[in-house]
Design a protein. Structure first.
Length: 94
């Protein structure tokens, strides 16, 4: 019985802590995401790379954006974002 309770608690922790999805901006496509504590404040962050749907006029590649989300009590909230930190799809970005 003790083992079953421990298993249930672990499943509940992982479901609540890691299974929540990040909000994907309208028109964006999620390419990759990674979890961690980027700023060492004991609060989880999630970095995600998206195709934006915009086309870079110079290279013809799809513009990509990296968004870093911070874990809150209500889910994931966008914390930092940049289209310059990652190259577009035809220039080697990801």
């Amino acid at each position: 019985m003790k083992m079953l309770f421990t298993f249930f608690c672990c499943c509940l922790f992982f479901h609540n802590g890691f299974a929540q999805t990040i909000p994907v901006p309208v028109g964006y496509e999620l390419l990759q995401e990674a979890n961690g504590d980027l700023d060492k404040d004991s609060v989880a962050e999630k970095a995600a790379v998206f195709n934006t749907g915009e086309v870079n006029t110079e290279s013809g590649g799809t513009v990509r954006e990296i968004i870093i989300y911070k874990k809150t009590r209500h889910g994931w909230k966008a914390w930092q974002r940049s289209k310059n930190a990652i190259l577009d799809s035809k220039s080697g970005g990801m």
